[in-house]
Design a protein around this ligand. Structure first.
Ligand SMILES: [Zn+2]
Length: 533
């Protein structure tokens, strides 16, 4: 290692004084990447602790107070400049280190899923706290990836006097797709050169353009109907039922589905159905997600929803208003960054899974009736544009991807073939599977940032693709009306209900090496062949 460091020092000094920097750069870059990998390996315990700590906090969107306090604490201690409460969102922040160009942003989500509480390392449903939120997607691992990479980069920036700025941003309330359009509106990407997002997956991959074609954009809208209360038996004719309006809106929407494009996806939950049957409900509310493939089709669904809501209110003699609580453009990723990142994924390769890791994965897959094939061992090829995208999931990083060149690294920290947004997706997320996958992801994040910090021509190429291909004919327009504000009150009650109970399960790394150890879980815990529960 010592010889390596000396070599890097020599190359850097040559670079600083030699006019033919472009010719020297590749050699220096490779040496720096090797150092980044070695430094990331040294931080494995730190990475594991972050994965476990955020897992144990289990905080829902907009309520990520413990999580954000913990993460900004680490970054402040490492001399990052932290700004809190950005874009009018209490749990959002930025952390910046370095100076000058390029400005590279790392972003990843931090929130969890309602009712997904689950003991890690256990291959059947066994909540830590029954009914409580839990990391049933794996967002607890993203910051371990990005912060580990950022600390490695900080060390290299200091040691080798590299010019450039690195900035970390949290994906607050991503499960509600509720913040990134506000980040964009607040101007957080105005000075940004590129964005390296990371997201948990079961595969190691990146993509550009429409990727594998399974992204949709969306608006998330709550409709509030207001009627008139009355005794439901004594004087029902005096009442006007807001719940009737909700039910008629849902019926109206379901009839309109037949005439929508195959690419649309829409779903709802009734968030207020009234109080008790003998009171005509004066207040009721329903919450819709309207998904489509592009801005104009999403907008059209939104307008159709508004028409049906108005019609339902007329039919029932109630009134209605609505609130947009989230929105997302379909993501579109940058070819130049993706191609660069793909090489780093190939260089790092899949983590080495142990027998215990594979046993857990296969047992969980069997438990839920999924294909029982264990963990992936091969990296995915680079995914490019798809001709006929089908749509599917959404992520509000989509808005960012239309405001600066961006990619989304999927790092292998979870088990394949799981349903998503539920307890099975939490099983691996504080185990060696997530720990190793996060370390692998951090290496790629650091290496990819080095590519762009040291090769300004690559930044220029990424912008060329952004300006002349991606946004040549499509121009970003926010779904937000000027009066729309972040829905920071969402999840408050749900989180408060469980906060005290969850607190006793917060991970204490000063006493336990891992969260598995703290919970006393043997790894892996799988059903015995004879067990029948
Ligand atoms: Zn996510």
């Amino acid at each position: 290692m010592k010889r390596y460091a000396a070599m890097i020092g020599l190359l850097v000094s040559v670079n600083l004084h030699c006019p033919s920097r472009a010719q020297q750069a590749p050699i220096k870059l490779e040496a720096l990447k090797q150092q980044a990998v070695a430094e990331t390996d040294k931080l494995q315990t730190f990475t594991q602790q972050m994965v476990d700590q955020v897992f144990s906090f289990s905080e829902l969107g907009f309520q990520e107070y413990e999580t954000s306090r913990y993460l900004t604490g680490i970054l402040e201690k490492s001399n990052f400049k932290v700004e809190k409460g950005i874009a009018g969102i209490p749990t959002a922040w930025t952390a910046t280190y370095g100076s000058g160009k390029p400005v590279i942003v790392f972003i990843t989500d931090i929130d969890c899923i309602p009712r997904a509480s689950q003991k890690p390392g256990v291959a059947y449903h066994d909540p830590i706290v029954a009914g409580a939120p839990g990391h049933g997607e794996g967002h607890n691992s993203g910051m371990a990836v990005n912060i580990t990479a950022a600390l490695v980069l900080k060390k290299l920036i200091d040691e080798h006097h590299i010019s450039g700025t690195i900035r970390i941003l949290p994906g607050v309330a991503e499960e509600l797709v509720a913040t990134k359009a506000f980040y964009v509106r607040a101007g957080l990407f105005k000075d940004v050169d590129l964005v390296l997002g990371s997201h948990v997956g079961s595969e190691f991959s990146t993509s550009y353009s429409t990727g594998n074609g399974t992204w949709s954009g969306l608006v998330s809208v709550q409709y509030f109907f207001h009627g008139k209360a009355a005794h439901a038996a004594v004087a029902p004719w005096e009442g006007r039922s807001a719940l009737d309006a909700v039910e008629l809106m849902d019926t109206g929407w379901d009839f309109s589905r037949e005439h929508l494009r195959l690419a649309q996806r829409s779903h709802r939950v009734i968030i207020n159905g009234g109080d008790q049957p003998n009171v005509v409900p004066s207040e009721a509310a329903v919450w819709y997600y309207f998904r489509e493939l592009d801005y104009s089709h999403i907008k059209a669904l939104y307008e159709q929803g508004n028409i049906i809501a108005e019609s339902a209110s007329k039919m029932t003699g109630t009134s209605v208003d609505h609130k947009l609580v989230g929105s997302a453009w379909p993501p579109f990723f940058n070819k130049v960054i993706a191609e660069t990142q793909q090489k780093n994924i190939e260089a790092v390769g899949m983590p080495k899974w142990s027998d215990a890791d594979q046993t857990l994965a296969r047992a969980l897959q069997k438990e839920i009736g999924a294909k029982s094939e264990g963990l992936k061992n091969k990296i995915e090829p680079l995914a490019g544009p798809v001709k006929d995208p089908t749509g599917g999931a959404s992520d509000d990083v989509g808005d960012i991807s239309w405001n600066a060149p961006m990619v989304y690294l999927m790092y292998p920290a979870n088990i394949p073939n799981l349903p998503g947004h539920s307890w099975p997706n939490a099983v691996a997320m504080a185990t060696p599977i997530a720990h190793k996958g996060s370390t692998a992801g951090a290496k790629v994040q650091a290496m990819s940032a080095l590519d762009f910090l040291l090769r300004p021509e690559l930044v220029a190429q990424a912008w060329d693709y952004f300006r002349n291909v991606q946004t040549k004919d499509v121009h970003y327009e926010s779904f937000l009306a000027p009066t729309d504000q972040p829905a920071i009150q969402l999840n408050k009650e749900k989180m408060e209900k469980f906060a005290q109970e969850l607190k006793q399960f917060h991970y204490d790394p000063s006493r336990f090496k891992t969260y598995l150890e703290q919970l006393g879980i043997a790894y892996p815990t799988v059903r015995s062949a004879t067990s029948s529960n």
